[in-house]
Design a protein. Structure first.
Length: 378
């Protein structure tokens, strides 16, 4: 019994197909219309497509007889091109006055797989984050992108496009819940770029930026959303998004006032406690239990200096950073990293520390800015 051979077709983004470990995109085919005919038959894979239908789609300006002659010639070129690529030409099957994809081959289509999986999300079925990320990577671009002006691709393209945006929404919510705010921002950035009118994307995007201490970006993102909605749709952002913006703006103004009112004590009495890693871990554990019991929060900042050329010693840099903090805070340096524990403070209010650290980096004229990882522990 002959083993069923698999041919994989990819239509999300630039079209190509794979057979026996080789990749083909039809760029060397004699007839572009033969390639488009293949794509049409793949979209209609589970049915026999009448010759009259194909004539109406590809040669609407021709009468039926002339159109059929053009169709027969194009089918010949299609089979010949497949054979030149090493693909069996009987993949295109003639059946009862029409054509179809031969079901004796295992045909895999990325858009079919993507639609099936993302439909599960629409029906509120749970998929793991890893599977969602795989689906995100699978969507390289709009369905049959090169045929975006062809009417017969429009319905499927719009359906897959909506599923893609649903995927981004579900994936971002999961990552935000898991406190992976940087990943949340990255995925939502793609979603907003793809569809700049989705308020729910902006809302979660702004919340994630706040969690990362990127307050200015959060405010600018709201203003961008407000501008786009006004100019393109003549509407204003919804109440939930407006409330989030005003909360951030009020908090930022309060933070700026606190910054202006701060009076530094003498160097001996000011700054955070500097300790070794073992002591820091014990303080972290104690503080974690404390905030959980009292339903409060603290902020943990990790600064990675890997690849950074410091004009001063690492210990001296840690000491200078300690003076940016309060006496109740704790700092530890180990293996090119500094760990900052900011007591009794939330992510939004930690912006004052980030501002000071940015000024510190500018003052030292570093070759590049150290990476920051900011987490709110509650």
């Amino acid at each position: 019994m002959r083993e069923v051979e698999k041919i994989s077709f990819y239509g999300l983004g630039p079209f190509y197909f794979e057979y026996r470990g080789k990749k083909f995109d039809g760029s060397n085919w004699i007839s572009k219309r033969a390639l488009y005919l293949l794509m049409y038959l793949l979209l209609a894979k589970d049915r026999n497509v009448a010759a009259e239908e194909l004539v109406d789609v590809f040669w609407e300006e021709s009468d039926l007889n002339d159109g059929k002659n053009k169709l027969y010639n194009t089918i010949y070129l299609l089979r010949r091109s497949l054979a030149r690529d090493g693909v069996p030409k009987d993949v295109i099957e003639s059946v009862s006055g029409g054509y179809s994809i031969n079901d004796s081959y295992e045909i895999w289509r990325d858009w079919e797989y993507f639609e099936k999986k993302t439909n599960q999300l629409i029906h509120e079925e749970n998929l793991a984050v890893e599977e969602l990320e795989h689906l995100f990577q699978l969507y390289r671009g709009d369905f049959f992108h090169s045929l975006r002006y062809e009417g017969w691709t429009e319905i499927q393209r719009e359906k897959l496009r909506e599923n893609y945006l649903t995927l981004i929404g579900v994936l971002s919510e999961k990552l935000y819940t898991a406190q992976k705010y940087r990943d949340t921002v990255n995925y939502l950035h793609s979603g907003i770029k793809y569809d700049p009118y989705r308020e729910n994307f902006y809302l979660l995007y702004i919340k994630s930026l706040v969690k990362l201490g990127r307050i200015a970006e959060a405010i600018n993102s709201y203003k961008k959303c407000e501008q786009i909605l006004k100019e393109e749709l003549d509407v204003l952002p919804g109440q939930e998004l407006k409330d989030e913006y005003h909360k951030i703006k009020t908090s930022r103004e309060l933070t700026a006032k606190i910054e202006d009112d701060i009076v530094f004590e003498d160097k001996i009495n000011s700054g955070a406690m500097i300790c070794d890693l073992d002591v820091f871990k014990k303080i972290y554990d104690l503080e974690s239990r404390h905030v959980k019991r009292l339903k409060k929060e603290f902020v943990m900042i990790t600064i990675d200096f890997k690849g950074i050329k410091l004009p001063i010693s690492f210990s001296e840099a840690a000491e200078k950073i300690s003076f940016m903090l309060r006496s109740c805070d704790v700092i530890c340096s180990c293996n090119n990293k500094m760990y900052l524990l900011l007591r009794d403070i939330n992510m939004m209010s930690s912006g004052i520390i980030i501002s000071r650290f940015n000024r510190f980096c500018q003052h030292l004229e570093l070759n590049k800015k150290p990476s920051l990882d900011i987490k709110e522990i509650n």
